[in-house]
Write a protein that binds this ligand. Structure first.
Ligand code: AHG
Ligand code: MN
Ligand code: MN
Length: 334
């Protein structure tokens, strides 16, 4: 069988005028960085990549060595190509400017270099999440406010999943497409065209240890799921929680489900747990492009006007029927 690679897929998207040459280059460069991160992740204890880095990031969270390695790989890979105006990362407080010795392009790249870092040392799947925006101030040096565009303005979004196989899942606004890394060939092969999220599901993902901190609508929704066939839903539901958002979202893109990191009393002062610009927005674009829905409980994630680069937000996404139901409970206020 003839295999289509990521490169061929992107060239065809460019010919169809769905992406510019620079956006094609950008995605190719991100894919190259993902391969390097995958190599490092898979070495595990054979290389000096596990454990703490001994530093804190901008969010005050302890950095793992692989958080730092993945961040460095993405920053270095994307500095010199001439396709970017600037970058922003979960691991970097300020906007990362392109060094003066390289040409600048029209795009802004945002990323969570390593998602699910609590899973690194226990050899469970982790990921990378990225979002691409256009630089609104084309000729000026981008500032934080250049990045503060709603998720609906994203021109591309994607994630890499470092699981039993490494996958790159991508949208440029024309459906969601998955590529599997062929490690011998070193190339991404187009294996999952037009991924979709089923409208209905019987599977949900939430960290149940936070139950007592949730708001009333989430308490109600999860209690009804847990009551199963003897409750108002009249059927049983199943729980899955990997604690790597990428892995949980990938499962939802494969067989459906609802993922929630809602507002709770523990994270209310921060606005939520997950980050809007490089976690919630790219995942919301991917899930919507796959036919699912993504809200904060109160509004569509992609409509949120950001106020800060590292802003946090509640996230409810996945199969449309369930997301709509729990969002309606929030609107009800109970
Ligand atoms: P990160 O490793 O980039 O900080 O993100 C971790 C996130 C997300 O991937 C996951 O869904 C969630 O945090 C897990 O949170 P809990 O440990 O509270 O379950
Ligand atoms: Mn993350
Ligand atoms: Mn991270």
């Amino acid at each position: 069988m003839r295999r289509v690679t990521l490169t061929q897929y992107l060239i065809e998207q460019q010919r169809a005028a769905r992406i510019s040459p620079d956006l094609r280059l950008l995605i190719e460069v991100v894919a190259r960085a993902v391969k390097a991160i995958s190599v490092n992740v898979s070495k595990g204890a054979l290389a000096d990549v596990l454990g703490e880095a001994g530093t804190d990031n901008v969010q005050g969270e302890a950095q793992k060595k692989l958080d730092v390695i993945a961040n460095e790989i993405l920053l270095q890979a994307n500095e010199w190509g001439g396709h970017l105006a600037a970058m922003a990362s979960e691991e970097v407080e300020e906007v990362h400017q392109i060094p003066f010795d390289y040409p600048k392009g029209g795009y802004l790249l945002l990323f969570d270099p390593l998602d699910g870092s609590s899973n690194i040392d226990v050899n469970i799947s982790v990921g990378t999440i990225f979002s691409v925006l256009s630089n609104p101030t084309q000729d000026e040096e981008p500032t934080e406010s250049s990045f503060l565009q709603p998720g609906s303005e994203q021109v591309a979004a994607g994630y890499a999943l470092y699981g039993p196989s490494t996958m790159l899942v991508l949208t440029v606004g024309h459906g969601v497409h998955g590529f599997t890394l062929d490690r011998e060939m070193g190339s991404f092969v187009y294996t999952h065209p037009f991924m979709t999220v089923p409208v209905s599901t019987s599977e949900y993902a939430i960290n149940g240890s936070n139950m007592r901190h949730w708001e009333a609508p989430v308490q109600r929704y999860i209690s009804e799921l847990q009551a199963g066939s003897s409750g108002p839903r009249g059927r049983d539901f199943n729980t899955r929680w990997v604690a790597s958002m990428v892995a949980d979202v990938h499962r939802i893109l494969t067989r459906g489900g609802i993922f929630m990191y809602p507002l709770d009393a523990k994270c209310a002062d921060k606005g939520g747990k997950l980050r809007l610009m490089y976690e919630a927005n790219p995942m919301a674009m991917i899930v919507e492009q796959a036919g699912g829905a993504a809200t904060t409980g109160r509004e569509r994630i992609l409509d949120v006007i950001p106020t800060r680069l590292h802003q946090r937000i509640p996230v409810i996404l996945g199969s449309a029927e369930e997301v709509e139901r729990v969002t309606a409970y929030h609107v009800d206020g109970r």
